[in-house]
Design a protein. Structure first.
Length: 166
């Protein structure tokens, strides 16, 4: 099985329930296990065209036999099932699932870009990722000197996933 890190974010509706629903959907994927979930982190919207509620973000570590494309397809399906509509770039969303890292896999294409190109600049990804990989290295992807850590004042830990999402 390969390990995969997903980034989840939500800022529309009941953020707690949105994260719960997405985690439940991920736990039902075939040949896939949820191995670990970071704490919930709150951040102001990033590079947005309008006023929006703050985001709740988590990183999820999966073990899966699914291909990278199948994981992406599952993520898009979960987003659609939860009501995500892509109208405005960086618009508010009930759920955003990004494939951040896939063990042993690199690809630079429009549909699937892994490692995700924004990891190193985004504190809302780095702080949850650090909880899953305290050595600051995930499957050989080194994020120890990531510039996004400088924006640590922009993220606030809401609480442990098991406290917030159970």
């Amino acid at each position: 099985m390969k390990r995969v890190v997903l980034g989840l974010g939500t800022n529309l509706g009941d953020r707690r329930e949105n994260l719960r629903a997405a985690l439940a959907a991920l736990s039902h994927l075939p040949k896939t296990e949820v191995e670990n979930v970071s704490s919930v982190w709150q951040t102001a919207p990033f590079d947005v065209p309008d006023e929006q509620q703050d985001y709740w973000n988590i990183c999820v570590l999966l073990k899966t036999e699914l291909s990278p494309s199948a994981v992406l397809g599952a993520c898009l399906g979960i987003e659609a099932a939860m009501g995500r509509v892509r109208k405005i770039y960086h618009g508010a969303r009930c759920m955003d699932l990004d494939v951040l890292l896939y063990e042993g896999f690199t690809q630079r294409e429009k549909e699937l870009n892994v490692p995700h190109p924004g990891i190193l600049e985004r504190a809302f990804v780095l702080f949850p990722l650090l909880e899953l990989f305290p050595e600051k290295n995930a499957f050989g992807f080194d994020f120890a000197d990531a510039p996004g850590f400088k924006d640590g004042d922009d993220v606030q830990r809401v609480g442990a996933a098991e406290e917030i999402l159970d």
